[in-house]
Design a protein around this ligand. Structure first.
Ligand SMILES: Cc1cc2nc3c(=O)[nH]c(=O)nc-3n(C[C@H](O)[C@H](O)[C@H](O)COP(=O)(O)OP(=O)(O)OC[C@H]3O[C@@H](n4cnc5c(N)ncnc54)[C@H](O)[C@@H]3O)c2cc1C
Length: 373
């Protein structure tokens, strides 16, 4: 008997799950709050475990054709002195290539593969009643329907989570960030980060001509994050030198649509609530410093599709999903916290640690993710 499945959220997690289920002969409804896909204007770095998951969906060639290869990661200090470099293509060799591309491109590829027209846009979930043992879902457009399973794939501010776990809210620290895509005027070739005191700059090529720029800042206690939304980035990051300061100057050109936000995370002890299950950022949004958000969302989708296709009852299937994902996700969350602490060290200690152990730390922090999920 076919189960009726509803996926809430048509982002990376939701579209990947819809596609992975379809590839296993399982149909699902997908609803998305936005009226149309919105080109976010940010970039995504995809380490080898993300591209391995994309290959499992049969989309690696399409993604590779729309992405830049990023075979190395360098960390510099704010003056531009190289502290460490890792050949990431070696680290991830048995998984997949390290690539980067505009977020909107990956979204469009997933949408085309799943069939964007099959996503019901401009609709969200208003209520979920599980008292009958099924999920009776009331939609915001006035319709309602019964489902065997509802999947919350609706991101860090998940509306589904607000309904079934209102006690779990995103937590925010004092970090804010800006992101945009611009011309790669400094011709950076690999993933290039520059570390300053309470501030980081990152540049990554996302095509032959464009780069994705990310800047974050830890605000003083009590500062109002909103007052930094329209700050002049070249001024705010004046202590940083080449190569990334020049890219930052591009934030003042019209072409750059600068996205500003606070960095938040979601800590949720149980991703299964009766017949509601969470994947992607809705379940475990984390600091972007491991660049694992898309990878974990894709892996969640593949593992959930696999356990649902295995044919066992729903409760044990969902327990297997949680069990298979828990260790990996917790590992990434812990590594993110450790990296944030290391970046907050005084400049000399930071330079010494990254200078002496940077490559080893990189390999250790990603080692468990090399194994298939
Ligand atoms: C600054 C920053 C940099 C990052 N850099 C990287 C990186 O380089 N590499 C990487 O892998 N990851 C990165 N990430 C993380 C990555 O973007 C996310 O982990 C990933 O997009 C999660 O996908 P998702 O589908 O779970 O959530 P989302 O991408 O948020 O998608 C959720 C979807 O659900 C929809 N939605 C929301 N609420 C509702 C609702 N109530 N009803 C219906 N639909 C709804 C939204 O409109 C959206 O389409 C970064 C994140 C940040 C903040």
């Amino acid at each position: 008997m076919q189960r009726k499945i509803l996926i809430v959220g048509g982002g990376i997690a939701g579209l990947s799950l819809g596609l992975a289920l379809e590839q296993r002969g399982i149909a699902a409804d997908v609803v998305e709050r936005l009226a149309a896909p919105s080109p976010s204007g940010t970039g995504l770095y995809l380490p080898g475990n993300a591209t391995r998951a994309i290959a499992s969906l049969g989309l690696l060639d399409r993604v590779r054709a729309n992405a830049a290869a990023v075979p190395s990661q360098a960390i510099l200090d704010r003056r531009g002195w190289r502290l460490t470099e890792t050949i990431t293509s070696d680290v991830w060799a048995r998984c997949g290539p390290c690539l980067s591309l505009p977020h909107a491109r990956l979204h469009a590829i997933l949408g085309a593969a799943f069939g964007e027209s099959r996503v019901r846009h401009d609709v969200s979930v208003a209520a979920i009643d599980q008292s009958s043992g099924l999920c009776e879902v009331a939609f915001t457009d006035g319709r309602s329907a019964f489902y065997d399973l509802v999947v919350g794939a609706d991101g860090i501010h998940s509306g589904v989570r607000r309904i079934v776990r209102p006690d779990v809210r995103p937590q925010y620290g004092r970090q804010v960030c800006w992101r945009f895509i611009t011309h790669n005027v400094t011709a950076i070739e690999g993933w290039t980060a520059m570390l300053g005191n309470g501030a980081t700059l990152l540049g990554i090529p996302v095509s032959d001509t464009q780069a994705y720029v990310y800047a974050d800042l830890t605000l003083p206690a009590g500062a109002d994050p909103e007052s930094f939304r329209h700050a002049s980035l070249p001024e705010l990051f004046h202590a940083f030198a080449a190569p990334l300061h020049r890219l930052l100057e591009r934030s003042q050109h019209d072409e750059a649509r600068v996205h500003f936000g606070r960095l938040g995370q979601v800590d949720m002890d149980d991703w299964v609530q009766g017949r509601v299950v969470f994947i992607g950022d809705a379940a475990h949004a984390a600091s972007p410093n491991m660049a694992q958000g898309a990878a974990l969302a894709l892996e969640d989708a593949l593992v959930l599709a696999e356990v649902l296709a295995a044919g066992q009852d729903l409760d044990p299937a969902l327990a297997v999903y949680s069990e298979r994902r828990r260790h990996r996700v917790r590992w990434v969350q812990r590594q993110c916290a450790t990296r944030d602490k290391m970046r907050a060290l005084p400049a000399l200690a930071r330079a010494a640690i990254f200078g002496m152990f940077g490559d080893r730390l990189y390999r250790r922090s990603y080692a468990p993710l090399l194994a298939p999920p």
